[in-house]
Write a protein that binds this ligand. Structure first.
Ligand code: HEM
Length: 316
């Protein structure tokens, strides 16, 4: 019993430390999410095609369409930062199930996370925020160089992040989004299948903008709103089937490319919604028929998002 208390205290103080450090990157923005603060909300429909039925009993992956709430986001903690200053984009989805519960998918445009464990991530955030030398904003370029000094083996992913700054996307509707973690699907015979998800834009086009051609700090919001008003924006939900030996608890390992892919349904945005900071997306909220792995980053996210939610709810 004592040991359990100690462990949860440790986890709690680590999560608070993570959120406090996120608040040092660009300062504190009362009422806003501590990461991915600038977001756009949409109403959507998700229509499953039945292909997931052999793998899961999840209600939204059978034959009936369900409503969904979708949020696209920039990654920085500043809710008014210009769209092109965000290295990574987010796409969060809540599927509204017939029994009144929800199942969530919280994804970004990069297919893998930067660390296997939350401790290293917090250490990286601290290195990033250490060198403020009189400025009120973190110098991200310098911060990344300092992280590389301590974690040279993370070179590829850090460079990929830097490259994203140079080439911002032309539309939220044309990107692939990855929920990163593995999940287990459970079918009606109780058989377990490890999977990773991927959202693929219906109209795929990887073309990016060069910064010089961007005229508005909100160019991505403006572009997506117009698209939704003018017609449909759709994404296919794809699962990749894990094989023997594929690790399920390491978000830095995206699995080999050749894993079998199955399209399981399509999400279509139907309506623009007012931003709603009272809505929480939590990647550990999943329906029956889906189970969580032991990935420590996934479970840490549950705690971190709850603290961030609590602070913004109190308008801190
Ligand atoms: C230790 C690792 C991580 C920490 C500490 C962290 C921290 C946070 C925090 C504090 C928020 C704001 C939550 C809220 O107020 O509702 C957030 C949002 C978000 N994070 Fe993470 N994150 C981590 C890993 C990841 C990973 C692996 C992904 C990619 C799948 C990700 C994608 C997102 C997205 C898309 C949002 C926006 C959610 C929304 O639309 O409300 N994060 N993160």
């Amino acid at each position: 019993m004592i040991q359990i208390n100690n462990m949860s205290d440790h986890h709690n103080s680590m999560t608070t430390e993570a959120i406090d450090t996120l608040e040092k990157i660009q300062g504190k923005f009362p009422g806003a999410r501590r990461a991915h603060a600038k977001g756009l909300f949409y109403e959507a429909n998700f229509t499953p095609n039945g292909n997931a039925i052999p793998y899961t009993t999840a209600a939204h992956l059978q034959n009936e369409a369900v409503p969904a709430t979708v949020r696209f986001s920039n990654s920085p903690p500043n809710p008014t930062a210009a769209d092109f200053l965000s290295p990574v984009k987010g796409m969060s989805v809540q599927f509204h199930l017939p029994n009144g519960t929800t199942s969530h998918l919280v994804s970004t445009t990069i297919p893998k996370f930067i660390t296997k464990d939350p401790e290293t991530f917090i250490d990286m955030l601290k290195i990033l925020t250490a060198d403020k030398t009189g400025h009120d904003k973190v110098d991200l370029g310098l911060g990344i160089l300092n992280i590389l000094k301590k974690y040279p083996e993370r070179k590829n992913i850090l460079h990929a992040l830097k490259d994203q700054f140079k080439q911002p996307p032309i539309s939220y509707a044309k990107l692939n989004y990855y929920p990163i973690h593995a999940f287990y699907f459970m079918n009606k015979e109780g058989k377990r299948q490890a999977i990773k998800y991927e959202w693929q834009p219906d109209e795929k086009n990887s073309q990016r903008k060069s910064i010089g051609t961007i005229t508005s700090p909100d160019y991505l919001s403006e572009e997506l709103h117009l698209r939704v008003l003018n017609g449909s924006v759709s994404f296919n939900l794809v699962i990749r089937l894990g094989e023997e030996g594929d690790v399920t608890d390491d978000p830095t390992d995206p699995w080999p490319d050749n894993r079998q892919k199955v399209v399981v349904g399509q999400l279509t945005l139907t309506k623009i919604l007012f931003p709603n900071e009272a809505i929480l997306f939590d990647p550990t909220i999943v329906s029956d028929g889906i189970e969580l792995t032991n990935d420590p980053v996934l479970h840490f996210r549950h705690d971190a998002y709850a603290i961030s939610f609590e602070r913004r709810r109190k308008n801190e």
